[in-house]
Design a protein around this ligand. Structure first.
Ligand SMILES: [Zn+2]
Length: 97
């Protein structure tokens, strides 16, 4: 199958990868619990194969599913995991955080 011309979609980003990245940034490098919000602009470079609008679409999907909190208007977003998002992430991990 030739996927070379296929446009990337939000579903190409793994749910857990995305949630784990938000979580890791929210720890601010030294804490074991989230201490800050994460901007959508911090997420974009983590998925270099994905256009920014696809990363934003992924955020909106997870927001709709109640796994993330934040603002999808196009501002910095202030992403954070909800309690459901945290449970989903932890329950899906195959290796330690
Ligand atoms: Zn906003």
């Amino acid at each position: 199958m030739d996927n070379m011309d296929r446009k990337p979609k939000a579903s190409d980003i793994d749910d857990v990868d995305f949630l784990r990245s938000v979580h890791r940034i929210s720890l601010d490098g030294k804490w074991s619990v989230p201490v800050r919000w994460v901007s959508i602009w911090e997420m974009e470079p983590l998925f270099p194969a994905m256009p920014a609008k696809v990363v934003a679409a992924k955020f909106r999907q997870l927001l709709k599913r109640g796994l993330l909190d934040g603002c999808p208007c196009g501002c910095r977003g202030d992403l954070e995991l909800t309690a459901d998002g945290m449970a989903f992430m932890v329950g899906s991990l195959t290796e330690p955080l």
